[in-house]
Design a binder for this molecule. Structure first.
Ligand code: MG
Ligand code: MG
Length: 257
């Protein structure tokens, strides 16, 4: 059931959104050649707990780490590990918090050192597609309008949208109705009421849209092993223009990306 939020609830969701935004920036500062993804997990978990919150991913459906770190051909749900990041890699940090009974959830794909122009373009297009989705998330529109905006932008660059995973409503639970697919048809899907809070999160493959699940039951890889990017923000559906709750400003003001 799609449930618009009160302004009091939105204030608590905003606190979480700002905390995940700041946590992503801390992780971004740590991303560099020679750093393990386990270290990124540690940086995030420490920062979240130091702010009196809990990393929501830890134990979620049995997930064993505080955050997801998805390198290169891993689209989402990569386990932090002893893998040492190297120049030219990309790594997505996907981070969730629970604070004061509400959730935050945001993701950003970081370049590791200098990346190729081709990789830079994948990151830029994926992030821009998220903002296209946000532009479509206005009161009275439908989830298909968001999906269409993301998909048409992404495909105009020759990239593919992953269809097996999608954005979602967020509140006291991390994943609430409605599902917010990154593909779709204008005028179709769930209608978006004013005050609904959703996470929009395009997952974009440089090559084909096919993916498979790793044997650990979590990591989702591109079938062709080309790179994938993933950016996620939380917004409140408003009349005329959505209000962003999370932001990449903290990341992008560090100058490390
Ligand atoms: Mg997420
Ligand atoms: Mg999410």
């Amino acid at each position: 059931m799609v449930k618009p939020r009160t302004e009091e609830e939105i204030a608590l969701l905003r606190e979480n959104a700002i905390l995940v935004s700041k946590t992503l920036a801390e992780v971004g500062k740590a991303v560099a050649p020679g750093v393990t993804t386990a270290k990124l997990n540690e940086v995030a978990e420490t920062f979240i707990r130091d702010h009196g919150a809990v990393p929501s991913f830890l134990g979620f459906e049995g997930y064993p780490y505080a955050i997801c770190t998805s390198v290169n051909d891993v689209v989402v749900h990569g386990f932090p590990s002893n893998y040492v990041l190297k120049e030219g890699d990309i790594v997505t940090a996907d981070i969730g918090t629970v604070y004061k009974g509400y959730n935050g959830d945001s993701a950003y794909t970081f370049p590791v050192g200098e990346v190729s122009a081709e990789t830079r373009r994948l990151l830029d297009v994926t992030k821009a597609s998220l903002y296209k989705g946000i532009e479509a998330a206005v009161a009275g529109a439908r989830t298909g309008d968001i999906g269409h905006a993301v998909q048409s932008y992404v495909e105009s660059y020759g990239y593919s949208v992953v269809r097996e995973l999608e954005g979602h409503g967020i509140g006291r639970s991390m994943h609430e109705d409605p599902g917010v697919p990154n593909y779709g048809r204008q005028g179709h899907g769930t209608r978006l009421p004013e005050g609904l809070v959703i996470c929009i999160e395009p997952m974009v493959n440089a090559g084909g849209r096919g993916v498979y699940l790793a044997r650990n039951g979590w990591a989702v890889h591109t079938a062709d092993h080309r790179k994938a990017a993933h950016f996620e923000l939380t917004v409140v559906v408003r009349k005329g223009r959505a209000e962003q709750l999370s932001t990449f400003e903290y990341i992008e003001s560090t100058g490390n990306i």
